[in-house]
Design a protein around this ligand. Structure first.
Ligand code: UDP
Ligand code: MG
Length: 324
């Protein structure tokens, strides 16, 4: 017999100007969560809404003790609001979703079942997505392909907010920018296992999307940052050093050749463009390598001063301290 109680669930949803949606969202959540054996909490983060959202949320929190509402002082953006929700969450399993009813709370048991198979992160996949094809679905498909290729974590739908995480995995990631979509990749980097399940998706019933096409650029820039973090954040000298060594080798070869022309052949080299190129390459080598060293220092500050290990420990056995 398994005596461990079912994990406590924390549902986290960032809410920005969704006054018509949140009441319905709450009812659908309760409908989905009440039949489950798990204890749960619903964390709604009001991301500086300017409509009636705050009042609706407060009413929900005072009527049901499962509901926890955090009000941010201003609009900080979806990722920051989500992080605020993660920080407030006390559950063993955290389930993030949108508050606009595009994600369906009825899918929560699906995610939990997958998590039970032993995965650390389960990502929703909006297989039949109800958004405009040209401005939303197409850019998103391109982004998913790019992110999958660059991070090595192949998912169909990074952009789907409906995802379930084991708490320990989330503790290791901090969200900046549009980074919430990269959590599966960051979690995988921290040694977590990642799975995907198809989920239902609805078109937006109330209010409007908070995003336009400019999100494409932000996602691409964030991808570059994440790729760098994933590959080189503990050893930045390696990426900068590689370029530095290459530039240095090329530059030295060019200058050695010119020295041979000048000293052995006795020809003039002052007017040769190659001289400029050689000097530039050697100069660049110095720049790259010092940049790498500065980045190394930064990495040390990042990992040491913040007490972040360069590894991720799953559990320790023995010492009377079995457990995560
Ligand atoms: N959201 C937020 N802060 C923002 C923008 C959006 O908390 O600055 C929330 C929004 O209320 C919704 C979720 O993030 O719950 C997703 O936003 P939206 O539906 O506009 O994105 P889309 O589904 O169009 O990608
Ligand atoms: Mg939406």
């Amino acid at each position: 017999m398994d005596a461990t109680p079912p994990p406590k669930l924390s549902i986290v949803a960032p809410v920005y100007n969704e006054e018509e949606s949140v009441g319905l969202l709450y009812r659908k959540l309760v409908e989905a969560l009440d039949p489950l054996p798990n204890d749960y909490e619903i964390i709604l983060v009001n991301d500086g809404s300017r409509d009636g959202t705050a009042a609706v949320l407060d009413a929900l929190a005072s009527a049901d003790e499962h509901v926890v509402v955090g009000h941010l002082r201003r609009n900080f953006g979806q990722s920051a609001a989500m992080q605020a929700g993660f920080d407030l969450a006390t559950g063993d399993v955290v389930i993030a979703m949108d508050a606009d009813l595009q994600n369906d709370p009825a899918d929560i048991p699906l995610l939990l079942a997958k998590l039970d198979e032993g995965f650390d992160v389960v990502s929703g996949w909006r297989k039949d997505r109800k958004d405009k094809w040209l401005t939303r679905v197409l850019p998103s498909n391109v982004a998913n392909w790019l992110i999958s290729t660059m991070t090595g974590v192949r998912l169909h739908d990074y952009g789907c907010s409906l995802k379930a995480y084991r708490r320990e995995v989330l503790a290791d990631v901090t969200l900046y920018g549009e980074l919430h979509r990269f959590i599966p990749a960051l979690a995988y980097w921290a040694g977590g296992t990642v799975a995907e399940v198809p989920v239902t998706h609805h078109s937006r019933q109330f209010g409007q999307s908070k995003y336009g096409l400019s999100r494409i650029f932000r996602v691409v820039l964030d991808l570059i940052a994440v790729k760098f973090l994933l590959s080189y954040s503990t050893k930045p000298i390696r990426i900068f050093g590689q370029w530095g060594c290459l530039a240095g080798a090329l530059g030295s070869a060019v200058l050695a050749y010119l020295a041979y022309v000048k000293l052995i052949l006795g020809a003039d080299i002052g007017h040769r463009p190659l001289l400029l190129l050689g000097i530039l390459l050697v100069f660049m080598a110095g720049q790259f390598i010092t940049l790498g060293l500065v980045a190394e220092l930064q990495a040390r500050i990042y990992y040491e001063a913040r007490g972040r290990p360069v590894y991720a420990l799953r559990r320790v056995v023995g010492r009377g301290a079995d457990g995560p």
